[in-house]
Design a protein around this ligand. Structure first.
Ligand code: FAD
Length: 322
C-alpha cells in the first residue's frame, strides 16, 4: 500500500530529464493516494509546473546553493528532509547515474529495501509487481515489496510518461534545509561528450565497435545519428582502442540504453555489450561477419562493410527528408 509516493524530478542544465516524467507515471501506477514531485537545486521552483503537468499532484522543493550540482551528501540530506516531512510509502527515482548513486544511500538511511533498474511494472496499487533484468539482461525477475517503503529506480525509456496536460494545477511548497558538511564540493562541471542528444535517453542510438577501425571511422556514424536526431554510442572495444570517449560506452560496465532504434555497426555482440542494449525496441546490426553474435539479437541484419552500408543509409535518409 503506497498512500504517498515521492518522485525525484531530475534536473540537468536547468531542465527536467525525461526520466522524471516516466517516474511520475510509475508512481501513479503504484500509488493509492497522491504523487509528490521533489525538486532539489539552487533555483528549481520554476520547474514544478512541468512535474504537475505530467501528473504530480503537488511538488516540494528544496533550494540551497549547495544543491546547485549533485553531490551524494547534499542531495541525500535534502531528500531525507523531504521524507521526514512527507513520510512517503513509496519513492521512485530514475535509474540514472544520479539515481544509482543516491538511491542505495537513501534506502539505507530509510531502512527500506530497493528495487533497482525496473523496466516494467505489472498491476497497480498494492498489487504492483516490479520487473527488472538480471544476469546482464538474460533473464527477468519479478519483485514485490511486502512491507516498508516501496522504493524503486526505473530504467530510462521504458515506462511511458503520461500525456502532458498544462491545465493541471497543484500545490508547490518549499522546505528549508541547512545543507552542510559536504565532503565533496563541485567547482565546475565539464562535459566530455558532445552536447547533442543524451545517450541514456536517446530514442535512436547509432553505435560503433572495433570494426569502425579509427576515430575518423566514427564520423559517418555521427552523421547518421545527427540526421536521425539520435545519439552516438560505442562498444568497449571501440573505447579501449581509443576511437571514442568512454562516456559513449554501452554495456555491462557502460551505459544501459533502451532506444526505439539501435543501430550497431562493426560490433560483434559480446554478452557484456548486449547487457546494455538488448532491450532496445528495434535492433539493426551491420557486420561483415554473417556469424557475428549481434545478429542473434538483431531484428534486421545487414551483412556488409559498414563503410559502404552507413553512407548508403545516410543517402537514403537524406532523400527521405527532402
Ligand atoms: P570485436 O569483438 O572485435 O568486434 C568487431 C566486429 O566488427 C566484428 O564482429 C567484425 O566482424 C566487425 N567488423 C570489422 N570490420 C567491419 C566492417 N568494415 N564492417 C562491418 N563490420 C566489421 N563490452 C562492451 O561493449 N560494453 C561493456 O560494457 C563491456 N563490459 C565488459 C566487462 C567485462 C568485465 C569484460 C570482461 C568485458 C566487457 N566488455 C564490454 C568487452 C566485451 O567482452 C567485448 O570485448 C567488446 O564488446 C568487443 O567490442 P566490439 O564488438 O567492438 O569488438
Amino acid at each position: 500500500m503506497a498512500n504517498k509516493v515521492l518522485v525525484l524530478g531530475e534536473v540537468r542544465e536547468g531542465a527536467l530529464r525525461n526520466v522524471s516524467f516516466e517516474a511520475i507515471a510509475a508512481a501513479k501506477q503504484i500509488a493509492d493516494g497522491e504523487v509528490v514531485g521533489v525538486l532539489l537545486g539552487d533555483s528549481v521552483a520554476n520547474l514544478a509546473g512541468e512535474l504537475i503537468a505530467y501528473g504530480a499532484d503537488r511538488v516540494v522543493t528544496v533550494e540551497h546553493p549547495h544543491l546547485k550540482s549533485y553531490t551524494s551528501d547534499g542531495y541525500s540530506q535534502a531528500f531525507l528532509a523531504v521524507c521526514e516531512q512527507e513520510k512517503p510509502e513509496g519513492i521512485i527515482l530514475g535509474h540514472t547515474s544520479l539515481g544509482k548513486d543516491l538511491s542505495p544511500k537513501l534506502a539505507s538511511r530509510l531502512n527500506s529495501g530497493l528495487i533497482s533498474d525496473v523496466t516494467e511494472i505489472e498491476g497497480a496499487g498494492e498489487d504492483a509487481v516490479f520487473i527488472r533484468p538480471i544476469y546482464s539482461g538474460k533473464a527477468f525477475e519479478k519483485v514485490k515489496i511486502k512491507e516498508g517503503i516501496v522504493f524503486a529506480t526505473i530504467r530510462p525509456n521504458n515506462i511511458k510518461p503520461l500525456e502532458k496536460n498544462a491545465s493541471l494545477t497543484g500545490d508547490v511548497a518549499s522546505i528549508s534545509v541547512d545543507v552542510q558538511n559536504l565532503r565533496t564540493i563541485i567547482k565546475d562541471v565539464v562535459r566530455k561528450a558532445s552536447t547533442g542528444v543524451d545517450l541514456s535517453e536517446a530514442k535512436i542510438v547509432v553505435a560503433g565497435g572495433r570494426g569502425v577501425k579509427s576515430a575518423e571511422g566514427f564520423e559517418p556514424l555521427k552523421e547518421l545519428a545527427n540526421l536521425l536526431g539520435g545519439a552516438v554510442g560505442a562498444s568497449r572495444g571501440a573505447c579501449d582502442a581509443d576511437y571514442c570517449d568512454y562516456s559513449l560506452q554501452i554495456g555491462q560496465t557502460g551505459k544501459v540504453v533502451t532506444p526505439d532504434l539501435y543501430i550497431a555497426a562493426g560490433i560483434s555482440g559480446a554478452i557484456q555489450h548486449l547487457a546494455g542494449m538488448s532491450n532496445s525496441k528495434v535492433i539493426v546490426a551491420i557486420n561483415k561477419d554473417p556469424e557475428a553474435n549481434i545478429f542473434k539479437v538483431a531484428d534486421y541484419g545487414i551483412v556488409g562493410d559498414l563503410f559502404e552500408v552507413v553512407p548508403m543509409l545516410i543517402e537514403e535518409f537524406k532523400a527521405l527528408k527532402v
